[in-house]
Design a binder for this molecule. Structure first.
Ligand SMILES: Nc1ncnc2c1ncn2[C@@H]1O[C@H](COP(=O)(O)OP(=O)(O)OP(=O)(O)O)[C@@H](O)[C@H]1O
Ligand SMILES: [Mg+2]
Length: 249
């Protein structure tokens, strides 16, 4: 079966940071977390998968197609990327125009585009915000609107970069429902980054752990959670307790 995402011995370099020999895959229907300390290369990895950056060595495939100039358009029809900072994702003057950009670009008619926008706004529960300028949205609203823009394009893969950070609990619950529905009904495969052990424990089939641009673990979630070596990446709040003493004296 063709895999949604495959990376084979991928190398990439910024002047002072490198992705070093990353091999991994996302299987059909899989929910894969990506953990790693700040600056370990998680966002860079997602940008490589989208073809926003080009590896200097190795190959990335989306549903079997190499991610290169020739396939960029079709790859981006399949992959919805929720940016770490939603305001970086929104660019049109209003919410409605922003969400309609993707489906219109896919060649849908104005009528079909409007239907997609309405449905996407409904799914994220923000139908009343259609006319709002995108620069007047709160962080959480912007995140949901960015997600609506992705949903409107009906992607088969979601790359979610820290989707839960900065969201209140009902909003996180809503986002979980949306993504779980897409997984169940559209068989969408999902890769998402997180620093939060709660999500690793409760919402992942597998985890890819990055450290300084390299993969240090890629597999079942259970073994990662108990691995002493991986505690900086998956350990959660236990790491913080020793640092709380002063504030409780
Ligand atoms: N455009 C860029 N030019 C040069 N270096 C960059 C660029 N973007 C990121 N980097 C560097 O690459 C490294 C990896 O960054 P990346 O954003 O992939 O980390 P991350 O794992 O997503 O971190 P975080 O958890 O903070 O989001 C960092 O050291 C960062 O400074
Ligand atoms: Mg990041």
């Amino acid at each position: 079966m063709i895999k949604p995402i495959e990376l084979e011995h991928v190398f990439f370099s910024y002047p002072s940071f490198s992705i070093d020999n990353v091999t991994t895959e996302l299987r059909q229907g899989e929910l894969k977390a990506v953990a790693g300390r700040n600056g370990s290369g998680k966002t860079t990895l997602f940008r490589l998968i989208l073809g926003l950056l080009q590896p200097r060595q190795g190959e990335i495939r989306v549903f079997g197609r190499p991610v290169n100039k020739d396939n960029l358009w079709s790859v981006r029809q399949d992959v919805g990327f929720l940016f770490q900072s939603p305001q970086d994702q929104l660019f049109a003057p209003t919410v409605w125009e922003d969400i309609s950009f993707g489906p219109r670009n896919q060649g849908l008619t104005e009528e079909e585009t409007s239907a997609r926008v309405e449905q996407a706004l409904d799914i994220v529960g923000l139908s009343e915000l259609g006319g709002r300028p995108v620069n007047q949205l709160s962080h959480g609203e912007a995140k949901r609107i960015a997600l609506a823009g992705i949903i409107a394009m009906r992607p088969k893969i979601l790359l979610l970069d820290e989707p839960f950070s900065g969201l209140d609990y009902p909003m996180i619950a809503g986002l979980l429902d949306i993504v779980n529905n897409l997984r169940r009904e559209e068989r969408v495969s999902v890769m998402y980054t997180t620093h939060d052990r709660f999500f690793l424990e409760n919402w992942a089939d597998s985890v890819l752990v990055m450290r300084r641009g390299r993969v240090v673990y890629d597999g079942a979630i259970g073994a990662a959670l108990v691995s002493p070596d991986l505690q900086p990446e998956v350990g959660g709040c236990s790491l913080l307790r020793a640092h709380l003493a002063d504030s409780t004296d």
